[in-house]
Write a protein that binds this ligand. Sequence first.
Ligand SMILES: CC(C)(COP(=O)(O)OP(=O)(O)OC[C@H]1O[C@@H](n2cnc3c(N)ncnc32)[C@H](O)[C@@H]1OP(=O)(O)O)[C@@H](O)C(=O)NCCC(=O)NCCS
Length: 228
Amino acid sequence: MQQSLPVSVRRLQVDDIDQVVAIEKEAFSPLWVSTSFKRDLNNKRAKYLVACFDDGVSPEEILAEIESDQMAEEVDQRPPNIWSRVLGRIGLSSRSETAHKDVAFDIAGYVSVWYQGDEAHITEIAVKESLRGRGIGELLLIGSLKAAIEYGSKVMTLEARVSNFIAHRMYQKYDFKSVGIRKAYYSDNREDAVIMTTCPINTDEYHQLFADLQSTYQTRWGRMCIEY
Ligand SMILES: CC(C)(COP(=O)(O)OP(=O)(O)OC[C@H]1O[C@@H](n2cnc3c(N)ncnc32)[C@H](O)[C@@H]1OP(=O)(O)O)[C@@H](O)C(=O)NCCC(=O)NCCS
């Protein structure tokens, strides 16, 4: 089981933008048109949230630990006759640990949501690649759903690449359903997008489901700090 990370969700601040753009570039295609985070920072119809490491922790050390755990797993799975390559990787790893120490970061991921009429539309959600699979994407989704419910949105919608099964699975967990296809929606490879939407999120039924999912999240990850 993965360990939880000391990460909280809060509003995007101007100083976060460079890190968020770096995560955006890493997560999406190089041809992706970058979001105008700075311009929309104070737009009431947009909600940008980030998953941020807590003050006092060293994300660089956490990342280095994760990488060394991943490498130990790889070593366990390799046959013994490739030790020279493994040693090479260890050399590479210590260089990358030094690199992490040089590049300060505290943002692990972000989500951007636009409110359009009754809909809250997730335009982007992404987690730094090396930190995926540790509950951060789900925490950002919970934060955006909470904010949308409070804003008074009736449904939450988004588009996802048809091939993006990891994202589909995350959304399905929160009761998003596929309701249509946008043909050749993505300009880089003309891939279709699946349109996903929740049932009404302003009902007692959804609030109950959402409360149960949050409680399961907390049981699994031990914490859930969200402020928006
Ligand atoms: C989609 C994304 C945001 C998920 O973030 P994450 O922090 O890795 O996800 P979490 O660890 O919080 O996992 C949440 C759920 O996602 C799904 N999921 C995550 N990793 C998965 C994997 N490797 N395989 C299958 N499902 C996976 C699961 O449903 C998981 O819930 P579970 O652990 O109870 O099964 C992340 O993969 C990402 O940044 N991808 C690149 C950008 C992107 O595709 N964004 C979506 C655009 S629509």
